[in-house]
Design a protein around this ligand. Structure first.
Ligand SMILES: CC(C)(COP(=O)(O)OP(=O)(O)OC[C@H]1O[C@@H](n2cnc3c(N)ncnc32)[C@H](O)[C@@H]1OP(=O)(O)O)[C@@H](O)C(=O)NCCC(=O)NCCS
Length: 203
């Protein structure tokens, strides 16, 4: 199987019977992305501990990617700014691939592309909560995350880290907290209407 070098291109193409492309996430991807995440993680996915690191935050700039196959979004990954016990880092997730497109290398290309861009953007470390047998192939291990914790229940053996810069997680100790830019709130303060102005005020 031939692949273009993802490390030097914005768009990664896999040349095979099932070609797909990895590209920056677009605003128009959001509906399909959320539907894919519902399929992959279930309706209660927002209750997961890792979600506490994403609530009300934007992903790190330039670090949200979609996999597209035949015009359809089939994969997603995003990375988020955190402080890992005082050390600046990124948390990766969720990573998800459409069940109909698995084992085609989509997940691996999303990971490699995301990690490559994160490194080129100068980030020092990536942390995630996931299965070591899958993520070890990208260099993740629990070696540097033993003294870190998430802000909620989690399985210790699934908290994994990867240093993009030597020693970036050395001495990392404490609870991982979100540090990304807040999403803009769209909720507006209720306008004071004529009727509202006349209505009795609650105490
Ligand atoms: C994990 C996931 C992203 C992998 O996507 P994918 O496109 O199928 O991955 P790839 O094609 O790059 O790799 C497939 C290989 O990984 C293996 N693999 C997949 N999930 C694995 C896991 N949890 N543990 C160990 N190996 C795993 C597959 O068995 C396959 O092995 P093979 O190459 O020997 O056949 C996809 O299965 C998925 O979306 N799962 C549900 C959501 C999820 O669990 N996300 C990760 C947690 S954040």
């Amino acid at each position: 199987m031939t692949r273009t070098a993802v490390s030097t291109r914005k768009t990664a193409l896999q040349v095979s019977a099932a070609p797909f492309a990895i590209r920056a996430e677009k605003a128009s991807d959001v509906t399909a992305r959320e539907a894919l995440l519902d399929v992959c993680f279930g309706a209660n996915r927002h209750a997961r501990t890792c979600q506490r690191l994403r609530d009300g935050r934007l992903p790190a700039e330039g670090l949200a990617f979609s996999a597209v196959r035949e015009g359809r979004l089939v994969g997603t990954v995003r990375l988020w700014h955190v402080s890992a016990g005082g050390k600046p880092a990124l948390v990766l997730g969720p990573l998800a691939v459409d069940p109909s497109c698995r084992k085609l290398g989509v997940g691996a290309e999303l990971m490699r592309h995301a990690l490559d861009v994160a490194k080129r953007r100068g980030h020092g470390a990536v942390i995630l909560l996931g299965d070591a047998p899958y993520y070890a192939r990208f260099g993740f291990s629990a070696e540097k995350t033993a003294e870190l914790a998430l802000p909620g229940p989690f399985e210790r053996n699934r908290l994994l880290g990867l240093e993009l810069r030597d020693d970036a997680l050395d001495g990392a100790w404490g609870i991982i907290v979100p540090t990304g830019q807040a999403t803009k709130t769209t909720a507006k303060a209720p306008r004071r209407t004529r009727l509202g102005a006349l209505a009795p005020r609650a105490a």
